[in-house]
Design a protein around this ligand. Structure first.
Ligand code: 26V
Length: 752
């Protein structure tokens, strides 16, 4: 039993009812910290260190209360004192220490490791400014600094500190910890974030994200992914990465020694999962420490490190597969450059094939380093792993087939249904009991396919989530969404391969269709959300197109009652928690072969949305699970897309010339439309689509339009639609990150 009333009196000298929402939030944060402090960390000889440049953890109050088993009790006591727990939760500043899927996955994994009782910590950087805050000005994205640290409650400073030696100076680090509480477990793990002693926040002006990139002694942990469009930015990233891995490696070695390792057996004490290539330099850094500081032989050190580092690949996009000039690494740490050169020589001696070399033309291929000197390589969905093995990393798969495996991504159910969708959670608890919180197994729902009460319960839960979404959009950006609207959502980073531009072209088509008198039976609201990298011009242009379309349609009295386009400002984890539960339709329309997995697709499914998708990433597995009648697939296959690239056989102009397509693309440069936005941006986007279209939006456009019309029509058969929705929820258990983490442990980590 907790007594919030007496805690309030002790905390603020007044009753719970007299506290502001913000004060209640502080009170509850204190309660969670107090409980966490009494919890032991998960025990185990071999510990997992999950190294990642990103941990997109989101707000923590609600999920921490859920994991402590206190949420219901707290909610009820607050309600009795006149507080709405949702309003209290909104007082928390979201830590946005990640860009998108890769960072959010790391956060889900922390929750699952703690819940399964596995001894595993996250290790990363304590960025003073997280992912930029997005604001729309004149229909365009502007980027403002995200100063999350000022008001955060979860970081605890630790006594741990290391010296990181750079080429011509050294810096001191400081470790901060965020407790990660397992669901109903009574033990915890930690997210461990290293910071630079002496960071100078004043290097960042209030109104932009530009700063002095050369002030290395003061800026190393200032920003998540500093802009790398210039050389100073790229060099700073290498400094940042080395700072991260040097701290991680020193921590791993220190903790192993403390627990009795003689370092010859280091691999019995630690296993390192590297989340994409950003932490790859942990390999040469661990070798350096073992050789230079602890006197091991080079060969032995290489053997030890190679048996304890595992690598996850999250993308096949060339620009994201990191390659650093050896000269950069030399400037940052000559010793690390030297170790990498030695590792490169060892590879050359055994494997002469040029495509598997680590250093090629003076450039270090980080993935190659990770594959040769790690014991495990995994992709994040079946199709993605197959593409790695058969195409992208084929020469490596031929060398080391036993290193490769698939680990399809997952999501934590504590956040992505229990915290964000109370009505659906209550329905599932009522129908199935609460075992699914832990097992993820929702298949019992299939027996209720024809159970009118359950189907109506699903409808009511969706209405509840829609009401919460409407409230959010109204309060955050003054947008009113009609009560009976179909909610159709695409939320994710803006990138050409994700093809937001294809959905925008559909909206042009739909606007014309309604203009022509084809009135939809109910209003349609299409919601976009996401940020574009500040240096990625075309992605910014697509955001501009969406914003301009939104304005154009809203201003047209013939169409506005039936069609609405909402572009959510500053899409982040907290916004996702409001939007995803409300969705009827989940847009997963990437160019097949390009989306490694996707994880919002899983979140939407779990919350009862029906997926409209290409057969890409984990969509393929969703389609297999729910079966043909419960998903809408369209578009060119991954194998065919790969062929088009290989043979240079895609000709966008040929698609552009088709009358039905030309009409839509040319609308971007229609003088009246363009006058509503920025004609230069719209012209550039138009020309790119008509003549370049690298990610083939026009290739699948016609099929996409047909599929969308089918989906909207099918939505009107309410009973049939609810049944589809039910099957999606029922089959989502496969995508619990508890399942994913159990597989990592069984096949890679062997922690128990
Ligand atoms: C790379 C780069 C390179 C250029 C500068 C900025 C930047 C930022 C991030 C990255 C790595 C992105 C990789 C990523 O987020 N991949 C996503 O990983 C998800 C989790 O596995 C997966 O579901 C998504 O499909 C995949 O796009």
């Amino acid at each position: 039993m907790i007594d919030l009333e007496s805690r309030a009196r002790k905390f603020a000298g007044k009753g719970l009812a007299e506290l502001t929402d913000a004060e209640v939030c502080r009170l509850l944060e204190g309660l969670v910290r107090e409980r966490a402090a009494q919890m032991p960390t998960n025990p185990g000889k071999r510990r997992l260190y999950y190294l990642s440049a990103e941990f997109l953890i989101g707000r923590l109050l609600a999920t921490n209360l859920i994991n402590l088993g206190l949420y219901g009790e707290v909610r009820d006591q607050l309600a009795a004192a006149g507080h709405d727990i949702n309003r209290v939760e909104e007082c928390e500043v979201e830590p946005s220490l990640g860009n998108g899927g890769l960072g959010r996955l790391a956060a889900c994994f922390l929750d699952s490791m703690a819940t399964l009782g596995l001894p595993g910590d996250g290790v990363g950087l304590n960025y003073h400014f997280g992912l930029f805050h997005q604001r729309f000005v004149d229909g365009q994205q502007t980027a403002l600094p995200d100063e999350w640290l000022a008001e955060q409650a979860w970081l605890a400073e630790e006594p741990t500190s290391f010296t990181v030696p750079f080429a011509d100076f050294s810096v001191t680090s400081r470790l901060y910890t965020v407790d990660v509480l397992g669901y109903g477990r009574g033990t915890r793990n930690r997210l461990r974030l290293f910071d630079l002693v002496g960071v100078d926040d004043s290097l960042v002006p209030a109104d932009s994200i530009d700063f002095d990139k050369d002030a290395l002694r003061r800026n190393l942990t200032l920003f998540l992914y500093p802009d790398d469009s210039d050389e100073a930015g790229r060099l700073l990233r290498v400094y940042q990465q080395y700072f991260m891995v040097s701290n991680a490696a020193q921590l791993i070695v220190a903790e192993a020694l403390e627990r009795g390792s003689d370092l010859h057996d280091l691999a019995d004490y630690a296993v390192v999962q590297i989340n994409d290539t950003h932490p790859t330099m942990v390999i040469p850094e661990l070798i350096r420490l073992l050789v230079d500081e602890h006197g091991l032989g080079f060969g032995e050190a290489v053997g030890i490190v190679s048996s304890m580092v595992a690598f996850t690949n999250h993308t096949i996009l060339a620009e994201a597969l990191e390659k650093w000039p050896l000269a950069y690494i030399e400037r940052v740490s000559p010793r690390i450059a030297e170790v990498i050169e030695k590792l490169d020589e060892l590879v050359r001696a055994e494997h002469p094939e040029p495509q598997v070399q680590i250093i090629q033309d003076g450039v270090v291929h980080m993935a190659h380093l990770a594959i040769h000197y790690g014991f495990s390589v995994n992709g994040v969905a079946e199709l993605h792993t197959q593409i790695l093995e058969q195409t992208e990393l084929r020469p490596f798969f031929d060398l080391y087939p036993q290193k490769f495996s698939n680990k399809t991504n997952g999501i934590t159910f504590r956040r992505w249904i229990m915290a964000c969708n109370p009505a659906l959670t209550a329905l599932l608890d009522h129908t199935l009991g609460t075992d699914w919180h832990r097992t993820g197994d929702l298949t019992g729902l299939l027996a209720h396919r024809d159970d009118e009460e359950v189907l109506q319960g699903l409808a009511a839960a969706k209405d509840d989530a829609k009401a919460r979404m409407r409230d959010f959009l109204w309060h955050s950006q003054g947008v009113r969404v009609p009560e009976d609207a179909i909610i159709d959502v695409q939320v994710k980073r803006f990138h050409e391969y994700k093809r937001q531009q294809m959905l925008a072209l559909y909206l042009v088509w739909k606007w014309m269709d309604i203009k022509n008198g084809n009135i939809p039976p109910r209003p349609i609201t299409v919601v976009f959300g996401g940020k574009a990298a500040p240096a990625y011009t075309i992605a910014q242009d697509v955001i501009h197109l969406v914003l301009t379309l939104s304005k154009w349609i809203a201003a047209d009295p013939d169409v506005a009652p039936y069609l609405q386009v909402v572009m959510v400002e500053n899409y982040n984890v907290s916004a996702a928690e409001r939007l995803i539960p409300a969705a009827d339709i989940s847009e997963q329309i990437s160019l097949a072969s390009k989306e490694a997995s996707g994880t919002s697709n899983m979140k939407f499914m779990l919350n009862g949305a029906v997926t409209l998708c290409t057969l890409d990433g984990a969509n393929v597995e969703i389609a297999d699970l729910v079966g043909e009648g419960n998903i809408y697939t369209f578009g060119t296959s991954s194998a065919e897309v790969e062929r088009l690239y290989r043979e240079g056989a895609y000709d966008p102009a040929a698609y552009y010339r088709r009358p039905g397509i030309k009409l839509l693309v040319d609308f971007l440069v229609n003088p009246r439309f363009a006058a509503m936005g920025n004609p230069e941006r719209l012209r550039r986007l138009h020309d790119d689509m008509a003549g370049h279209d690298y990610f083939m939006a026009l290739l699948d456009l016609e099929e996409f339009i047909q599929a969308k019309e089918r989906v909207y029509a099918d939505f009107e058969d309410r009973q049939a639609w609810l049944r589809k929705s039910l099957v999606n929820v029922a089959q989502a258990g496969e995508f619990s990150s508890d399942r994913t983490i159990a597989q990592y442990d069984r096949d890679i980590w062997h922690l128990r």
